[in-house]
Design a binder for this molecule. Structure first.
Ligand code: PMP
Length: 419
């Protein structure tokens, strides 16, 4: 995510207008208007995405890349058009370097299998960070078990920034791959991929970026990030669940082995052996989720119409206010960078007297949906010295009154406990 120079006191978005596009925001939860602050887990979907999926099944449904009939051609064209759109969205230059998967998790597993198992050996090192989501940790642990490669972890400072001052201790001649989250789902920190990529380049290592929390929230340019692999989950960016994105440098995709075998990923098959289709099809075995791809296309259009710079500016506006309001509450301790320039639109916090799960349950009674738990980042929780946190995460349809509703519900939780 590239920095944007915008005042945090105003938002460029017409939130009221945007909210009308999201039917779920009209429903009540526990008799109260829904205040949805769990966007880091998944975003809500605008009507245009819901309609695109429905339209696909009503008018264009057919399997892709196999039929010669009209519907098959139209479905194939719709599917491939989304690949081109995603390519523009992340400012890549070659649509064939976009692989559709199921989610970020599958994209990272694909790289661990198809690149890692082919190119890593005992004593090679993969560098991660202590703030990784389990999706960008467990696949590398599995790989280390199979290949004997070693994992090393970049630590954080007290403010939740990566210790980039100590990179030469972590990234050495043994490093073959650096895998890092662009934005932490548990701290909100926006990490400097370029700084770390520069250290990786200096030793000839590749860089994989987990973009699950960056692609939805601001402009992403895989070229200026200087990475080799970039993965994200469209369901966190207004799109449907069931489709994921992996971008990789084309030469890497060419030299990687397939991840899954089956229909559509082959050039030729005999009883004894097979040869592979070209990229990206070599990595898309079996029937893909075509309707979800179509929904992804509509979601990408929606985001690009608003403008990713505007979305980033809006989140800065919301998070500055959220941090300001939370700082007024002496019983709240929050984690991650204090400066909204260094964090995305989410905040992780604890009430020093109430367990995060209790807090989550009580604020839900007020219609406020937050996440409570370890956020699939257990090693990070351990590093922070907590078992869980509460997390409020904002998006384009949230405004400052949602922050107020959160604060009111946190105060109400104190009352429940007689505090
Ligand atoms: N990485 C990060 C930083 C995430 O926040 C998430 C989702 N919480 C993932 C990876 C995994 O995404 P998915 O479950 O869509 O594969």
């Amino acid at each position: 995510m590239n920095p944007v120079d915008t005042q945090a006191e105003t938002t460029p978005l017409d939130v009221e207008r945007i909210r009308q596009d999201f039917p779920i925001l009209r429903r009540k939860v526990r008799g109260k208007p829904l205040v949805y602050l769990d966007n880091a887990a998944t975003s809500q979907k605008p009507q245009s995405v819901i309609d695109a999926i429905s339209h696909h099944y009503s008018h264009t449904n057919a399997n892709v890349h196999r039929g010669v009939h009209c519907l098959a051609e139209e479905a194939t064209e719709a599917y491939e058009e989304v690949r081109r759109k995603v390519c523009r969205f992340i400012h890549a230059d070659d649509p064939t370097s976009i692989v559709f998967t199921r989610n970020t998790t599958e994209s990272i597993n694909l790289v661990a299998h198809a690149w890692g198992r082919k190119f890593l050996a005992e004593d090679d090192e993969v560098v991660l960070t202590v703030m990784e989501h389990h999706s960008n940790l467990v696949p590398w642990q599995l790989l280390a078990k199979d290949t004997g490669c070693k994992l090393r972890f970049i630590d954080i400072d007290d403010d939740g920034h990566l210790r980039t001052d100590r990179l030469d201790e972590y990234i050495t001649d043994k490093t073959k791959l650096v895998c890092m989250g662009h934005v932490s789902n548990a701290l909100g920190t926006i990490n400097s991929v370029r700084t770390i990529a520069c250290a990786a380049r200096a030793v000839g290592a590749l860089v994989l970026v987990d973009g699950a929390q960056s692609a939805p929230h601001g402009p992403v340019n895989v070229e200026t990030l200087d990475c080799d692999f970039y993965a994200y989950s469209p369901h966190k960016a207004l799109g449907p669940m069931g489709i994921g994105v992996l971008w990789a440098r084309r030469d890497l995709l060419e030299e990687m082995d397939p991840f899954l075998g089956g229909g559509e990923m082959i050039r030729n098959v005999t009883l004894e052996r097979s040869t592979w289709a070209g990229v990206p099809h070599k990595f898309e075995a079996g029937t893909p989720s075509v309707a979800d791809a179509v929904g992804l296309g509509a979601a990408t259009d929606y985001l690009m119409d608003i403008g990713m710079e505007n979305i980033r500016a809006h989140e800065k506006y919301i998070i500055s206010y959220a941090m300001e309001r939370l700082a007024e509450l002496p019983f709240i301790r929050f984690f991650g960078p204090r400066d909204p320039v260094d964090r995305c639109g989410l905040v992780s916090f604890i009430d020093t007297d109430i367990h995060p799960h209790d807090l989550g349950t009580i604020v839900d009674q007020h219609g406020v949906a937050i996440r409570a738990g370890h956020h699939c980042a257990k090693p990070l929780m351990h590093r922070l010295g907590v078992v869980a946190t509460a997390r409020a995460s904002f998006y384009i349809y949230n405004d400052r009154n949602d922050v107020d509703a959160l604060i009111d519900s946190l105060l109400a939780a104190r009352k429940v406990f007689g505090l």
